[in-house]
Design a protein around this ligand. Structure first.
Ligand code: 2RA
Length: 350
């Protein structure tokens, strides 16, 4: 019997991409069950060529599920994931509820798939989308050169804040369109965009907002702390120095990160390019003379992390600077979750 899969949170921005991925990827599942809140129940969603009706998430709806992919808010995951486990499922959770739990592995299949074996709580966590885009490129460089420090600046897309984030950006762009004074001394973007800021603390259209997540200690944002803590856990480097500045930019989908990585040994750009060309889940797009850079408009809808602008730091032969872009709804969320779930399916059917 092929395992039964549940998609919990099937109608959100990430859940929708999960259903698209299940249609396009090699089929390893028997029944697929789509679950969501009462608000979305009854909706019809095409998945794997079938039209499925979204059911309400209840304890009974989880019965018989072998693997459950969760994409719901932290508090919903914290409540429902243990229930799904108690009903017999292995949960792959895309929220932040369990990522730093020492009894929950934080898995990126290209980097630490062996950690899937040890899951005392029956839950496997999926990393934050900003961490994922970057870590897929950083890990192979770490294996080759020994990572010591990361200094990061993110350029995060609106859809990282969910469908409401993408909708808010489109609405604001529509309100701002055509007014050529906007953004100049005489054109007030705040006034043009109005009070509806959606999930963002300031207008995103024609702007960048150096904030994502909630306020953490010392003036850091929760998103910045996630980049630090999750990088340490995934790479198994408890003392890795990480400083991140997370910034929201007016891009619909595709998170980017400018990376300054310091290694134990000297590194050169061509050697790093070679390592990255051979790394799973990475595509090198690095020909500035030809105008080729990794950018969200090209990376959206694709699976890999796109890496470019690779150069050795001028002032430190052990440091490398590069730019990485990935689809935050795919590798940053739905794809990594699906890859983990597929590895679990393999062990269940072996
Ligand atoms: C964001 N990383 O982009 C968050 C969502 N997981 O807002």
């Amino acid at each position: 019997r092929l395992p039964t899969l549940a998609v919990v949170g099937a109608t959100g921005a990430v859940g929708t991409v999960m259903c698209e991925l299940l249609t396009g990827r090699r089929n390893v599942w028997g029944e697929i069950r789509l679950l969501a809140s009462e608000r979305s129940a009854g909706r019809k969603v095409r998945c794997r060529g079938e039209e499925l009706t979204v059911q309400v998430l209840t304890e009974e709806a989880l019965d018989g599920v072998d693997v459950a992919m969760f994409d719901v808010p932290d508090e919903v995951a914290a409540h429902w994931a243990p229930i799904a486990v108690s009903r017999g499922a292995i949960v792959v959770d895309n929220s932040g509820a369990f990522r730093m739990d020492p009894d929950v592995p934080l898995v990126v299949p290209e980097i630490n798939p062996e950690q899937l074996r040890n899951r005392p709580r029956g839950i496997v966590a999926n990393a934050n989308c900003t961490t994922l885009a970057m870590i897929v490129a950083v890990a192979p460089l770490h294996r080759e050169y020994g990572l010591r420090e990361l200094v990061l600046a993110s350029y995060q897309a609106a859809s990282g804040a969910g469908q409401i984030g993408a909708d808010t950006l489109h609405d604001q762009l529509a309100k701002a369109a055509g007014d050529r004074l906007l953004g100049s001394r005489t054109g007030d973007v705040r006034q043009a965009v109005g009070d509806d800021l959606g999930p963002f603390p300031a207008p995103l259209a024609l702007n960048v907002v150096p904030w994502a997540g909630s306020l953490a200690d010392g003036g850091w944002s929760s998103e910045e702390m996630k980049m630090r803590n999750e990088s340490r856990k995934i790479l198994g480097l408890r003392d890795l120095k990480v400083s991140a500045t997370c910034v929201r930019v007016p891009v619909v989908t595709g998170h980017s990160v400018a990376v300054h990585a310091v290694f134990a040994t000297e590194i050169d750009a061509e050697g790093a390019r070679g390592v990255l060309r051979n790394a799973p889940g990475v595509i090198v797009v690095d020909d500035p003379a030809a105008g080729e850079f990794p950018m969200p408009i090209d990376a959206v809808g694709t699976d890999p992390s796109w890496v470019g602008r690779i150069r050795r730091a001028v002032d430190d032969p052990r440091a490398l600077d590069f730019f990485v872009t990935g689809d935050n709804l795919r590798k940053g969320a739905a794809l990594n979750t699906a890859q983990i779930a597929e590895l679990l399916a393999k062990t269940l059917t072996a």
